[in-house]
Ligand binder design. Sequence first.
Ligand code: GSH
Length: 339
Amino acid sequence: MSGGGDGDSTYGRKPFRRSRSHFADRITADGRDGWPVDVGRYRLVVSRACPWASRAVISRRLLGLEDALSMAVTDPLQDSRSWHFGPYPDGRDPVLGIRFLSEAYDRRESGYPGGVSVPAVVDVPTGQLVTNDFQQITLDLATEWTALHRQGAPDLYPERLRDEIDEVMAGVYRDVNNGVYRAGFATGQAEYEAACSDVFRRLEELTPRLRRQRHLVGDTITEADIRLFTTLVRFDAVYHGHFKCNRWKLTENQVLWAYARDLFQTPGFGDTVDFDHIKRHYYEVHTGINPSRIVPMGPDLSGWLTPHHREELGGRPFGDGTPPGPVSRGEEVPASGRP
Ligand SMILES: N[C@@H](CCC(=O)N[C@@H](CS)C(=O)NCC(=O)O)C(=O)O
């Protein structure tokens, strides 16, 4: 493992700290950082195992950016040189021509000492990394790439709701998205208990809100839902066991379980999720907390497809827009990863 955000190297020494994204250039409509929005110029590199990368996979699909921004899916298991393109012919990304994502980092900054992380956006003509700033990438897809959105794309970051979305997302990030990692990589009992308590306190705080309304903020799907979903969908599969966030299972919280299923069954969410990649990545890569690398057989995933009845709450998932069409050819999640 080459270190970085979630690397196993974080285990066993000091409290878990998420690294700040080092490459924070933005791809914008006006190109002010030197990276203008452009059809076919950039490649999004993701792991379907990674919750931070999965945000971008979902946003790209909801917004219909598949033809504008191509996507490479790495092997779920990093090797000693970190994320690689093992599943592609000859182990090379067919567009970038590289075998390791680190090659794009090196082209941007030789000798960069930090970790190699996904999501990453790479400039295809030069092969250089543009950004690995997972907090900003999706906001820019929603607000800077608008000229290339599909017809009927939802507004995932509506201006009039931004303050509330930002506030909800800040709490979800600290206590839930990153809270599960703080619990999972804790190196002492007190640190673990504090993080685990944060996770469940925040989820329990969100529950009454989601009992009343179909989506987290306003009555449509927003960036806030995407960010909560990426943690909830991993909850019982990896966070409950591997990260010891086991006060209750998602399936035991009626409201959150129905909320997560509603999103899962919405085009653009569940059709991006690969449970096989998720489970193998967490259980096989973090050998500090799972030295045997054994991947559990459960949980039973069939419940994800059961009726959720959230329509009864009203809400308009896509606002004045429409759901995305079918998954692009070649981007389907294999049967091994689906419920
Ligand atoms: N810490 C990353 C956030 C994204 C992240 O942590 N991604 C994980 C995968 S879920 C990663 O690629 N970690 C690098 C590693 O494990 O080597 C950043 O600085 O932007």
